[in-house]
Ligand binder design. Sequence first.
Ligand code: SF4
Length: 156
Amino acid sequence: MKPDILISACLLGQPVRYDGKSNDQKVAAYQAQIHQWQQQGRIIPVCPEMLGGLPTPRPAAEIVQGQVITHDGQNVTDEFQSGAQKTLQLAQQHNAIAALLAARSPSCGSDGIYNGEFNGTLIEGLGVTAQLLEDHNIRCFSPDNFQALLDYLAKT
Ligand code: SF4
């Protein structure tokens, strides 16, 4: 049986981003593959921030010295960590081995995150959920690395 794949709900068109929008245009070029996975029942949609109890829309947040802080100064680290734990549980329940996660998010980012100063500057690092998944051997890929995800799945 082929493994399940965790996918950020916003990449699947769900309007769960902090600004109430979705991110599905980021995977427009890969719709045929994603549709095939959906038909095979292999996709687990997740929004870690909503799983952590945050509403939509919500203030933008960035990681500042290990804490997740919103643009208006609220500390939402607990919610982000709770959402990450619930996402990991889902992944483990489904034996998922890989995740396709929206880029640059403080939860889902897997190839860079913003620097915590809300000035649009990217730095190396992982979002809270991406870090927890990687720590448990669930490989995380952004839409920019879709081919790497396919290559990884082909090897497993
Ligand atoms: Fe998308 Fe992840 Fe942000 Fe939810 S937490 S809106 S799934 S990037």
